[in-house]
Ligand binder design. Structure first.
Ligand code: NOJ
Length: 745
């Protein structure tokens, strides 16, 4: 009886919540329509105009008064934002508030690891918390719209923006970007600490030719649907407030002018009712693409495609009125775009609560935020090698020699896309080691190279002398933050300057060498890995990177990160990613055969498979790879059945044992492979992951529930096909326990 009562109360509460939500939605729609009916065409076009707010002058203020601006980006001073907002509200005819935007990518003041680093945590909650922290800090300064998450699938480490991505995998990217959206937007956009998120870049920008930024892509529809679109579809389902179009052209069509994408998929198929914004001048750039003759044609193509707001290039502002008068654009198209923009401003509560309090105590760099950033940095680090259990540093170690250009580089360790984080607040590994462990060990510091591109070898001999008298050497190498990020693509992924020579020299000093790499992308570090006893990939770890690294080095924290992207041995292997399609001659083995080819050998292809003679098939490190200080063993893979209907859910269990001496977290990964289908499918695909904490000697039962609908793919529509599948559960994309099952209709 009590149960029934609770059930009924639950139903009533749910019903009330749904009812008040729909009441609020109706109220918002009524307010949108009432405003729209009072707006002139010029005011509507003004709402579609986003301008750069950096160095605002009287001209900008008067344009705001005239209703010529809907949004500003690149301002962050709270007093200025309040003043500009006051002008919009009190001095423009309709008093429509401005939407203030900024790139808050992986932190505002408290900087978290770069998104690629966060992805190595395989932890949606870490990513969500990072976004929540950033939102709390940024909204206090009046920023209510961020241009994140970037959910471009990135399979080319030459592309500088891989740093901003969650890596090469669609499933992982989908889970993490959805978590980031929830973190930014909170439970209710109206909450003053919520920010509108922006799913970007729509679409395919990560696949630019040769990894050259802003270049072209050629993604056919099936691949687009199966690989590139799913994170965006999930973002729409998550309620993402905005979506940004990308700079590339895909198969000849720039997304900013693509009606199939912006209206067909986004509005008609997915029912997106938020705002579509262009990237910076991407409407005008359709002229340079050769897709529009002039600004007027660019505006025509973009607005008719379904792009609501133009970032900075003002083709809309200059041309839409004429285009309407000429009958090339309908007023309905404009009304729809403005509806989306006003709806967002109302959802954010900007009409009712437009100002920010300048007096509230600031939350930036609060202990809670710094602790969260440290935990994210810890979980982002990937232990790539640990020969002779060199790590953690043993308690008998008396002297450590800290070397390298990234040991004390507070600016660079914050990574790309940081406008507001302050290097004065960043704790470097050197500082942390001294603060946290300086009373236990003697720390000698020899930077040797001033920055990552430094070629000056003059300090080498002094460093080697210090290394020889130390018990362990820790070399911090990598790349400066400015070498990754937008417009910072590279053709050579080796360590720059004299860093490799430094590692080589140190490896000969006879003291165990630990190498910590801080970088915005996978680097080709095969030689450095060979020369070092232990290697940690730390990415650009943010404000709290130093304490996180120090605690990992000394074993207070056990590393748990896994690679969210494949590491190539050499640039010529790119593209190299784990979930490539099956081929007619599947690659086997890791052998490099080039030196075995006899002289004057005649042409023969027999026995050869899809791989490189001079690089073999395997990359340097596989997707999902990462070590721990402890060891794990998998056993007893069990499937709930051997055949399933498309609507069923498969239960998979596996035993995970900690066979080492440390408590550790293992990221258990589940992959499936469709053995034969109506189209060629990937050799395997990630379909689940869990972080599992296991004590030494303990065995845990790890259970996954895999709905068969997760095995669907797009082939002129979403299909779950009957047939044979294999499943693998393990600690990386190559090793694990296998089983088979089938789907029957
Ligand atoms: C260009 C970048 O591609 C985009 O990601 C960013 O949000 C805008 N600039 C605004 O800064």
């Amino acid at each position: 009886m009590r149960k029934l009562l609770f059930f009924l109360i639950g139903i009533v509460l749910l019903g009330t919540a749904a009812c008040s939500e729909s009441k609020e939605t109706n109220q918002i729609e009524d307010r949108v329509e009432s405003l729209l009916s009072r707006m002139t065409l010029e005011e509507k076009i003004g709402q579609m105009n986003q301008l750069n707010g950096r160095n605002p002058d009287e001209k900008l203020m008067s344009r705001i008064r005239n209703g010529e601006v809907g949004s500003l980006l690149n301002i962050e001073q709270p007093e200025l934002i309040n003043e500009i907002q006051r002008i919009a509200l009190e001095e423009s005819r309709l008093g429509i508030p401005l939407l203030i935007a900024r790139d808050v990518i992986h932190g505002y003041k408290t900087i978290f690891p770069i998104p690629l680093g966060q992805a190595a945590s395989f932890n949606p909650s870490i990513v969500g918390t990072g976004a929540r922290v950033a939102a709390r800090e940024a909204t206090q300064d009046g920023i209510r719209w961020t241009f994140a998450p970037m959910m471009d699938i990135s399979r080319d480490p030459r592309w500088g923006r891989i740093a901003e991505s969650f890596g090469e995998d669609t499933y992982l990217t989908t889970k993490l970007s959805s978590a980031m959206i929830r973190g930014f937007q909170g439970n209710d956009l109206k909450n003053p600490s919520s920010m509108a998120a922006c799913a970007k870049h729509f679409i395919g920008y990560g696949a630019v030719e040769g990894g050259k930024d802003y270049n072209s892509t050629y993604i056919p529809p099936r691949q687009l649907r199966n690989v590139y679109l799913p994170p965006f579809k999930a973002a729409v389902e998550e309620g993402v407030a905005t979506i940004m179009t990308s700079f590339n052209s895909n198969d000849g069509i720039p997304p900013s002018g693509d009606p199939w994408l912006l209206t067909g998929i986004l509005r008609d198929e997915w029912k997106f009712d938020g705002v579509v914004v262009s990237d910076w001048a991407s409407v005008k750039e359709m002229i340079a693409h050769g897709f529009a003759e002039n600004g007027k044609e660019a505006a025509l193509k973009a607005v008719n495609a379904g792009l609501d707001m133009e970032m900075v290039s003002e083709c809309y502002f200059t041309n839409i009125k004429d285009l309407i008068n000429e009958g090339k654009v309908s007023e309905k198209t404009i009304d729809d775009a403005v509806r989306n923009i006003l709806r967002l401003k109302l959802r954010l509560g900007l009409f009712d609560n437009p100002y920010i309090s300048e007096e509230d105590p600031r939350v930036a760099y609060s202990k809670e935020h710094l602790d969260a950033a440290k935990m994210a940095a810890e979980e982002s680090m990937v232990l790539l090698k640990n020969e002779d259990q060199t790590l953690p540093i043993s308690s008998v170690v008396k002297t450590i020699c800290v070397v390298g250009p990234l040991a004390d580089a507070p600016h660079d360790q914050m990574g790309t896309w940081v406008f507001d984080g302050e290097k004065e607040k960043t704790i470097t590994p050197l500082k942390a080691l001294r603060q946290l462990y300086g009373d236990k060990v003697n720390i000698i510091y020899e930077p040797t190279l001033k920055y990552s591109r430094d070629k000056d070898r003059s300090k080498f001999s002094k460093t080697l002398a210090a290394a020889r008298k130390s018990d362990v050497v820790i070399a911090f190498v990598g790349e400066e933050s400015i070498l990754s990020g937008e417009a910072h693509s590279l053709a050579d992924l080796n360590l720059r300057g004299a860093q490799l020579e430094l590692i080589s020299a140190l490896s000969e000093a006879g003291t165990p060498l630990v190498t910590v790499v801080m970088a915005g992308r996978p680097l080709t570090i095969g030689t450095e890995v060979e020369l070092s006893k232990s290697v940690i990939y730390a990415w650009h770890p943010g404000t709290m990177g130093g304490p996180a690294i120090a605690d990992i080095l000394f074993g207070k924290t056990v590393p748990s990160g896994k690679l969210p992207v494949t590491f190539p041995k050499m640039v010529g292997q790119i593209p190299v990613f784990y979930n490539h399609n099956s081929t007619g001659r599947p690659a086997r083995g890791t052998e490099v055969l080039i030196d075995d080819i006899p002289l004057e050998a005649r042409q023969s292809s027999l026995g050869n498979t899809s791989y490189y003679l001079d690089a073999g098939f395997d990359p340097l490190f596989h997707f999902g790879y990462g070590l721990s200080y402890t060891s794990f063993e998998y056993s007893d893979l069990n499937l709930s059945n051997s055949s399933f209907h498309p609507s069923d859910t498969l239960r998979v269990s596996v035993q995970l044992s900690n066979t080492g001496d440390f408590q550790g977290t293992e990221i258990v990964q589940l992959y499936t492979a469709d053995k034969s289908a109506s189209v060629v499918r990937p050799v395997k695909e990630l379909k689940g992951f869990q972080r599992v904490l296991v004590q030494p000697g303990e065995t845990k039962d790890v259970v996954f529930h895999l709905p068969m609908s997760e095995l669907s793919f797009w082939n002129d529509g979403d299909v779950v096909e009957a047939g044979e599948f294999s499943i693998m559960v393990g600690g990386n994309s190559q090793e694990g326990l296998f089983s088979d099952f089938s789907i029957i209709n």
